[in-house]
Unconditional design. Sequence first.
Length: 392
Amino acid sequence: MKKVALLGATGSIGDSTCAILRKHPEHFKLYAISAHSNWQKALKLIQEFKPRHVVVTSQESHRAIQQAIKPGLTELHFGANALDALVQEPEVDMVVAGIVGSAGMSSVLAATHAGKTLLLANKESIVAAGALVMPLAKKTGAQIIPLDSEHNALYQCLPQDYQTGSRPKQVSHLTLTASGGPFWSKPLSEFEAITPAQAVAHPQWDMGAKISVDSATLMNKGLEVIEAHWLFQMPEKDIKVVVHPQSTIHSLVHYIDGSVLAQLGTPDMQIPISYGLGMRDRLSNGGAFLDLIALSRLDFLAPDEAKFPCLALARAAIKSGGTAAVILNAVNEISVAAFLSKQIKFMDIPKINAAIMDRFEIAQVESLAQITAIDQEVRALAQQMILQGKTS
């Protein structure tokens, strides 16, 4: 019986994780959950799973849950510090890191410091703090299992003795597949007229607005290249990207003998999460089975960096090293938010990202406090640039 701490329990990763836990009550106990603003959903999870600990990071939600639950088996905690303490609890066997954005970075580092088995869906902690997380994991013995469908596919296709943060000697290179988002076939001449509603209408995945826009700009794939660089210790040149509109092959591992192993499946997050929870044992889940006859074809295209310059910006960040990825991640969050609120146009996103990257000096990554300070400085400058109408 594994005791699971589920961070971001009310989000989409939380939904998929809970669906799997319901199917396997003999293997897993939901020992702890965290939530932010959706206290109603958190309360339903408390009533269903009866976790030992609940951490809430919104004061309003904390008060609401405190008033709704009776004193008993569940202990209620408040704040980010409580979250960091929770993941280091000796009782916790596995941590599912499903908090979105920079808010999840501290708890990821805390779980890594405690040597936990970490099922990682928070890509920002690796994109911005990979230089901290991966060496720490090697030191403490923490096992990091990526839950992003692409990185989990790579994890599934790597040798069984793969260790966190190591490059297997038999591997030549990796290929990440990209759906291409909704605009891979749209002419560049039409990009200026792209609306937020069009950008969030992803053809394959049901995702939040921010990730959907990142998919439309291919920044999501660029961030995944950075993540793969850290997770699998791969140089940038050995991480390829192909556009694969069917989103059926999630990633491929190319071996030195010419063999290629690929992981295929329907676009359902229950598949990578169940593989992570099973620690390479395959667990049944609610995901649909792949119908090859109905699929009938698989297409692959080279990404067009003239249409999607964010991918090149991510590769440049790897080459620059240090805090370059911190800067890129922070400015992209601001530029995407500005696009969604109709302050800027779609093609202004890469322009602002590039302009901010050029303005900051790259430093060596030293601490989470340093990353946080740079993140805040970048966001402030990007917001100022947008308000002043400067997009380059």
